[in-house]
Design a binder for this molecule. Structure first.
Ligand code: DHB
Length: 389
């Protein structure tokens, strides 16, 4: 009697315990770690909006599982990113880690992804070496070598032979400086000076003064998303354009999040990048329209497209692996994906887990009353040149 009672109790308890476990099994969790406040907040705002748009368009049930997005603000401090990733893996038991606004944040989480065998989709950070920080990293943003080389091929053919570089002094800036400079020299150009500004609270004024004195044909700039407007403002205030110095750079400087407020001084600036909100494809027009509609007219930038495509890669991997086989099966199904993005065609190289995509040359023009990065040339299917070194 006593024994039967115990068995019944055990059964009842196990049923009770099993219920939340069953419910858990039917949930697929994406831990999205982004800078929602602080200097990189626009990156977080753009990626969160894009991820939510993807889910609104594609539903939240995939392979019979309910997709849950857990957004965490790391304020772009890598120690915070690491702690949040740890909590998401251990407490929330997320299936995928995603986001990562800046390189140090992505680097900080690599070991956690490896240890826990959790796929980690880098949607923003763009230093070449990030994908080597863990075999579980897949990238849907871009790399600075990818973007910089195309501009160094374009410049000398277009009368820009002497260029001073000015970059944010950390991973992506150092990549941009090195790959731009090496390619310029290879093409017979000159880079008489390479300047680096701090990532946090940069003051561009003293550097711009130095550039003015050097009088190059152009100034090549890399600053992270959100800092471009400040560079543009100070460049124009110092009358650099008036003394014949052109501004060129990777598309981070004419960031679609800020471009329309930069004023006519930005017109004519040539940049190279993987995404423009003005990219003339049907898919992009729909993306821009629906993104704006869902976000009070906000224009998506290259961060948004990294987030949107990152969600695509996750959804497709879940579909293909049918939610079976854990992190390794998901990762395998992320590798080699090929699809049309609002940026154009892209694929995830199965060997490097990095994005292969078109790099466009663009010039800022006023179109339908708004400032846009208008594409005028393209280098197709560019692999990250950083991987070959
Ligand atoms: C990184 C951040 C950016 O905002 C950007 O535009 C490019 C690269 C980074 O930290 O990797």
């Amino acid at each position: 009697m006593k024994r039967r009672h115990l068995t019944a109790l055990a059964l009842a308890t196990s049923v009770l315990l099993a219920q939340p476990a069953l419910a858990q099994d039917n949930v697929f969790k994406i831990g999205l770690i982004l800078p929602m406040t602080g200097q990189q907040a626009t990156t977080g705002r753009q990626i969160e909006a894009a991820a939510k748009l993807w889910m609104a368009q594609n539903g939240d049930t995939v392979a019979g599982k309910k997709v849950q997005l857990i957004v965490k603000d790391d304020t772009s401090l890598p120690d915070v990113t690491r702690r949040l990733a740890q909590e998401l893996v251990v407490n929330d038991k997320v299936n995928v880690l995603a986001g990562f606004g800046i390189t140090p944040s992505a680097m900080a989480v690599g070991p956690i992804a490896t240890q826990s065998k959790t796929p980690m989709v880098v949607m923003a950070a763009a230093t070449s070496s990030i994908t080597e920080a863990s075999p579980y990293i897949v990238r849907t943003s871009f790399t600075l070598p990818q973007a910089s080389v195309a501009l160094a091929d374009w410049a000398p053919k277009n009368g820009i032979k002497r260029v001073v570089t000015l970059v944010s002094d950390y991973g992506p800036g150092i990549d941009a400086e090195r790959f731009f400079k090496d390619r310029m020299l290879f093409n017979g150009g000159q880079v008489p000076e390479s300047l680096r500004v701090p990532l946090r609270n940069p003051d561009f004024a003293p550097f711009l003064q130095k550039v003015r004195d050097l009088k190059p044909d152009a100034l090549f700039v890399f600053v992270p998303s959100g800092a471009g407007a400040a560079v543009m403002k100070q460049f124009l205030e110092r009358g650099m354009d008036k003394v014949g110095i052109k501004l060129i750079g990777t598309g981070d400087v004419t960031d679609d999040d800020q471009l329309n407020d930069m004023g006519d001084g930005a017109i004519g600036v040539v940049t190279s990048h993987h995404y423009s909100a003005y990219h003339p494809s049907a898919m992009n027009k729909k993306f821009v329209a629906e993104f704006g509609k869902a976000n009070k007219g906000m224009r998506p930038n290259f961060m948004a497209v990294g987030g949107y495509d990152g969600m695509r890669v996750i959804y497709e991997a879940l579909k293909v692996s049918k939610g079976q086989g854990g992190g390794d099966a998901l990762l395998a199904a992320m590798k080699g994906q090929i699809f049309e993005s609002p940026r154009g065609p892209m694929f995830i190289d199965a060997q490097t887990r990095d994005v292969v995509q078109n790099i466009y040359l663009r010039r800022v023009e006023r179109k339908e009353g708004q400032l846009h990065n208008v594409e005028f040339d393209v280098v197709k299917d560019v692999k990250d040149p950083g991987k070959a070194r």
